[in-house]
Design a protein around this ligand. Structure first.
Ligand code: URA
Length: 279
C-alpha cells in the first residue's frame, strides 16, 4: 500500500512534446516530427499524440530506442549581432540566433530576448528553469546596456532615468546610469544603463520618455557576466566561474542561490564600437 505522503503527492504532468523541449532534446516542432515518424515510445508503445500527458515520475519514454533522460545542461554566451532575430525561425527568412549557434550541438533557447536592432550578450541554454530565473523580473537580475542617444542628455535627465520614468506599462524601477561620454560634436550622449526588469523595448522606451531616441544599443552584461572580447556573431560556453556566479554548479545543477545585482558603473567597460554608427 502506498504511504499517505506518497498518495497525496500531485503527479508531475507535461505534454509529450514539452518533455522533449524541457529536456533540451529539441523544439516542440522537432518533437512533433519525431513522434510523427514513430521514433518515440511511451511505456513501450509507439507514441501517436504529441499532446499526450506524461507523468514524469511514472512514464518511460524512449527516443530512437534510447531512454530519454535530461540532456546535459549547456550554457552559452552569444554576441548577437544587430539584424538577427532571437525567435526560432522567421516567416520572412531573416537570420536568427539559431543560425549562429548550430555548432553548440544541442537544442538551446535564448534566456530572454533582444530586439532585432539590438546587439550584445545573449545567454542561451537548454536549462529552462535557469532561463526563467534569468528573465523573471522578480529575481532582479541586472542587465547592463550601453547606448548612444540621439541628443545630448542633461544630468537631470540621467537622474530621471535612475529614479524611474513613467512608461505606458508603469514606472520603471531604480536603474544604474553612468554617462560614458558626450560626442565631440556635442550632439549625442553615450550611456551605460543597468536595469533589473526586461520589459518589451524597455531601454528604448526609457530614452524616448526623455524626449530622445536610441541610435545604438548593445547589451554588455547580464548579472556578473560580461561580453568581454567575444567577437560579434561568436559564442562560447560559460566558464565554470561564470556558471558558479549564476548559481550553477560544476555538474550543471542549479543551486538555490540568489544572484547578486551589480548596479551602476562597472569596470572593464566595452566602448560601443564607432564604425557602425549611423548617426
Ligand atoms: N531594451 C530594449 O529597448 N531593447 C532590447 O533589445 C533590450 C532592452
Amino acid at each position: 500500500m502506498r504511504g499517505k505522503a506518497q498518495a497525496k503527492q500531485k503527479p508531475r504532468l507535461k505534454t509529450l512534446e514539452r518533455v522533449f523541449s524541457k529536456a533540451g532534446i529539441g523544439s516542440r516542432t522537432d518533437a512533433r516530427s519525431w513522434i510523427g515518424s514513430g521514433k518515440v515510445r511511451v511505456n513501450g508503445r509507439v507514441a501517436q499524440n504529441p499532446d499526450q500527458w506524461i507523468d514524469l515520475d511514472r512514464d518511460r519514454i524512449t527516443f530512437e530506442g534510447k531512454p530519454l533522460c535530461d540532456a546535459e545542461k549547456v550554457y552559452i554566451l552569444l554576441y548577437k549581432p544587430k539584424g538577427y532575430l532571437t525567435s526560432y525561425g522567421d516567416p520572412e527568412g531573416r537570420p536568427t540566433v539559431y543560425d549562429l549557434t548550430k555548432e553548440a550541438g544541442t537544442w538551446l533557447s535564448p534566456a530572454g530576448r533582444l530586439d532585432l536592432d539590438t546587439s550584445g550578450l545573449l545567454l542561451m541554454t537548454n536549462d529552462t528553469s535557469f532561463a526563467e530565473r534569468i528573465t523573471n523580473p522578480a529575481h532582479e537580475i541586472a542587465k547592463t546596456y550601453q547606448l548612444k542617444a540621439a541628443t545630448l542628455l542633461t544630468d537631470d535627465q540621467l537622474q530621471q532615468l535612475r529614479q524611474g520614468v513613467e512608461l505606458s506599462d508603469g514606472r520603471t524601477r531604480l536603474a544604474g546610469v553612468t554617462r560614458l561620454r558626450d560626442s565631440a560634436s556635442a550632439k549625442y550622449t553615450f550611456l551605460e544603463l543597468t536595469i533589473t526588469e526586461g520589459r518589451n523595448r524597455q531601454v528604448r522606451r526609457m530614452i524616448e520618455a526623455l524626449g530622445s531616441k536610441v541610435l545604438k544599443l548593445v547589451r554588455v552584461a547580464i548579472g556578473p557576466i560580461r561580453i568581454g572580447d567575444l567577437p560579434i556573431g561568436k559564442w562560447r560556453h560559460l566558464t565554470a566561474d561564470e556558471r558558479a556566479a549564476l548559481g550553477v554548479d560544476a555538474r550543471g545543477d542549479r543551486r538555490q542561490k540568489t544572484i547578486t545585482r551589480p548596479i551602476g558603473n562597472t569596470s572593464g567597460r566595452r566602448r560601443i564600437p564607432k564604425p557602425s554608427y549611423s548617426g
